[in-house]
Write a protein that binds this ligand. Structure first.
Ligand SMILES: [Zn+2]
Length: 432
């Protein structure tokens, strides 16, 4: 060793023991993954007994022999009977998870989740409709993995986020015909009629509904008797909370017909989740009385380095009206592990609400997975592609659907796709 090299060697700090290095790596890995703990509360009041909810805090996926935790929460608001809500509660999560490739990294898992949610919702709808029952349900399903929150919803059960700093934002879109002009146009273009209930004498009353069937919603699971243009394709939004965590409030319209997002968030700030859920229901009841089934879940996502969510500073509550999202370009979606600045805000990772399946099933999953070319991207069953061609050329659906350049669909799911898009060709839409 020459003189300068020896000098440099002698200036180095003493070697760090291996155990210390390993400890540092473990802690660093935990922080990078956004380790969190969850606190959850539920409250509800039944009027018709068609609201259901789901809390699964102990879900795991397996990667290289390690089990990695995540949690799922959901609210189902049934109509025309409870069977669609019950069926969806029992099967939806398994159908979603079944559409995610095994053994993928966390980054790939989170990236696959939005498409898997679409597949799981559509599969659940197909299976429920096979039962031949008329009932339907809204669904708002929330997957929490560390600080990443993914929300999928059809119907009008909302999920809001009260982030630290008192910023309240809506993570869902209401699929109500009355309030959603895009959905009205889609339903009309697909062959449905939208209008109010007509009383004797021609007087119109109540909210806009879809005919036949008279449903006020434009998306749901079930509703076989209404029409295939009432689609089960969810709006999906994926966000990463800031390092200070946040509170999710997931509730049926029994809450949201009484309280705004801000009112619901404010009514329970600083209180533990269990008590918070009760207070939101109580506040809704105080405002309008019990008019509908009312279900509320409160989920606190608490970073592991703090015990509970700190109370939100009151002085900021009125100044911040909308959530500051750090929207990243789609092209960077495969770099989820890169940290972006998100101090005091929430980073938006993904949002898509199109009801057209071709726009929702675009991504090819990583080639190292065990998904073969003839596995249906929706129901995950294997089918010979030759069968599929004969179905596509079937004259039953007229006019034929637009060319499909998405992943492989089996004959059943292809029929479903065509039916959801309606028998009319899409054309420039007229305002109603
Ligand atoms: Zn299929």
């Amino acid at each position: 060793m020459s003189g300068p090299q020896r000098q440099a060697a002698s200036a180095r700090p003493p070697p760090i023991p291996l155990a210390t290095l390993i400890g540092r790596e473990i802690r660093k890995g935990g922080a990078a993954a956004g380790e969190t703990s969850l606190a959850c509360g539920h409250a509800g009041l039944a009027k018709r007994g068609e609201d259901y909810f789901l809390i699964r805090r102990d879900c795991h996926r397996v990667l290289r022999g390690c089990t990695l935790p995540f949690s799922v929460f959901a609210v189902f608001d049934g109509h025309n009977g409870a069977s669609a809500a019950v069926f969806t509660k029992e099967h939806l999560v398994d159908h979603v998870l079944g559409a995610i490739p095994q053994g993928v990294s966390r980054e790939e898992w989170l990236q696959a989740l939005p498409q898997a949610l679409v597949a799981g919702f559509v599969k659940t709808d197909i299976e429920f409709q096979r039962k031949g029952e008329a009932s339907g349900t809204t669904v708002t399903l929330v997957v929490v993995d560390g600080l990443t929150v993914t929300v999928a919803s059809v119907g009008d059960s909302r999920c809001i986020l009260d982030s630290q700093g008192g910023v309240v934002s809506l993570l869902t879109v209401d699929h109500r015909l009355e309030e959603n002009v895009e959905e009205r146009e889609r339903v009309t273009a697909s062959g449905g009629e939208v209008g109010r209930l007509n009383l004797f004498g021609g007087k119109e009353v109540g909210p806009l509904r879809c005919w036949p069937g008279g449903l006020c919603l434009s998306r749901s699971i079930g509703d076989k008797d209404v029409g295939e243009f009432i689609v089960p394709i969810p709006h999906v939004k994926q966000v990463k909370l800031s390092s200070s965590g946040g509170r999710l409030i997931i509730a049926s319209d029994g809450i949201w017909d009484s309280l705004s997002s801000e009112m619901a968030a404010k009514s329970c700030r600083g209180l533990p989740a269990e008590l918070a859920a009760k207070l939101v229901v109580k506040e809704a009841l105080r405002t309008t009385g019990l008019k509908d089934d009312t279900t509320c879940l409160v989920v606190d996502v608490v970073p592991s380095d703090i015990d509970v969510l700190p109370p939100t500073p009151r002085k900021h509550q009125n100044n911040l009206r909308s959530l500051i999202f750090w929207k990243r370009p789609q092209i960077l979606m495969n770099k989820l592990s890169n940290k972006l600045s998100s101090v005091g805000g929430v980073e938006e990772l993904f949002e898509e609400g199109s009801a057209i399946l071709a726009e929702r099933l675009k991504t090819s999953f990583p080639s190292k997975t065990n998904f073969g070319p003839s596995r249906c991207a929706i129901c995950q069953t294997d089918q010979e592609q030759a069968e599929d061609i004969s179905v596509n050329s079937s004259p039953y659906f007229s006019p034929p659907s637009r060319p499909w350049d998405g992943p492989f669909l089996c004959s059943v799911c292809r029929k479903k796709k065509d039916a959801m898009e309606g028998r009319r060709t899409r054309q420039p839409l007229l305002a109603t």
